[in-house]
Design a protein around this ligand. Structure first.
Ligand code: GRG
Length: 296
């Protein structure tokens, strides 16, 4: 399997499903629907929905069956990015190389677009119960998993600790909390959702959860490294110089070389968790290497 070809295929399937399930851009009141579509189709990598589908395949499930859940996690992820970019949070002007939602549509519409995407994610999940193709108890379990990942025990909790720790030195434990909650929680929920909806056994779900947790860690350490490298390039400084210490990141705590080792070790643990699975888990395996070697 060529990973990039397979990711592109899945991204296309996901984009078509998203296009189908989102309100049309001209549906009244059109500004909010334009804003939602603007952020959803701004060029995200679609890693989380691809994980939902790949996890279903790993347990011999049907990827088309879990497509609404794949859309739901991407819509929820997009909400978190739109709100994260707001002036009250990270105050970013650009996301994926384009003006952020509040820069393009104004702050009020960006907040409302984020709110709409959060509620829409749960509507998409709940809608799976009406198809008759998935047992209602599985749908309820996934709604609960995604709600936990989105709330104060997940994304929001991570964001709060991150906000409180900005501009001050933090301990390893706090950094891990931020990463496991801001990044790890949605990876975990994505993988578990695909497996649960496909009728995976408790043991399969446990193994896939270990995979997701380590993949999320590898992703976040790599993201920290890319962040530092990007900042230092912008500042015209050599990679690994003093800018490294100003953010709550792995390189700030461990240095760049050790951070790279930690990322590779998390990748190895993710791969080891997949040992009991066969060729159907190939995409999940290749994703580990992609996450470790990505440049954006
Ligand atoms: C609910 C406001 C709010 C925040 C929750 C998830 C989160 C906390 C904030 C989002 C911003 C952020 C930097 C999260 C860390 C995870 C991360 C690096 C996200 C970017 O994920 P990619 O690279 O994004 O998969 P694309 O653009 O490919 O979709």
């Amino acid at each position: 399997m060529d990973f990039k070809t397979e990711l592109a295929r899945r991204a296309l399937v996901i984009d078509q499903a998203l296009n189908h399930c989102l309100p049309a851009a001209d549906a009244h009141p059109s500004i909010i629907h334009e804003a939602i579509r603007y952020s959803i189709f701004a060029g995200g990598k679609r890693l989380r929905p691809a994980l939902v589908m790949a996890s279903a395949c790993a347990v011999d499930g049907d990827e088309s069956l879990v497509l609404p859940a794949a859309c739901a996690v991407e819509v929820l992820h997009t909400y978190s990015l739109v709100h994260d970019d707001l002036p009250a949070m990270d105050n970013d002007d650009l996301r994926r190389g384009k003006p952020t939602s509040h820069k393009k549509f104004g702050e009020a519409i960006a907040i409302l677009a984020g709110d709409s995407m959060l509620t829409m994610a749960f509507a998409l999940l709940a809608g799976m119960g009406a198809t008759g193709r998935v047992m209602p108890d599985k749908v309820v379990q996934v709604i609960s998993e995604v709600a936990l990942a989105a709330g104060t025990c997940g994304l929001i909790g991570g964001q709060v600790v991150d906000l409180l720790s900005s501009e001050k030195e933090i301990a390893q434990q706090e950094l891990e909390y931020i990463h496991t909650h801001k990044t790890g929680a949605l990876y975990r929920a994505s993988v578990r959702a695909g497996a649960i909806l496909s009728g995976a056994s408790p043991d399969q779900i446990a193994k896939l959860t270990a995979y997701a947790d380590n993949l999320g860690l590898a992703f976040q350490i790599t993201d920290d490294i890319l962040d530092i490298e990007g900042d230092e390039e912008k500042l015209g400084k050599p990679v690994g110089s003093d800018n490294i210490n100003k953010k709550a990141t792995y390189p700030a705590l461990y240095g760049l070389e050790e951070s790279r080792k930690l990322a590779r070790a998390a990748g190895d643990r993710a791969l080891a968790a997949l040992n009991p699975f066969g060729a159907e888990a190939e995409f999940l395996r290749l994703l580990v290497q992609f996450v470790l070697s990505r440049d954006n």
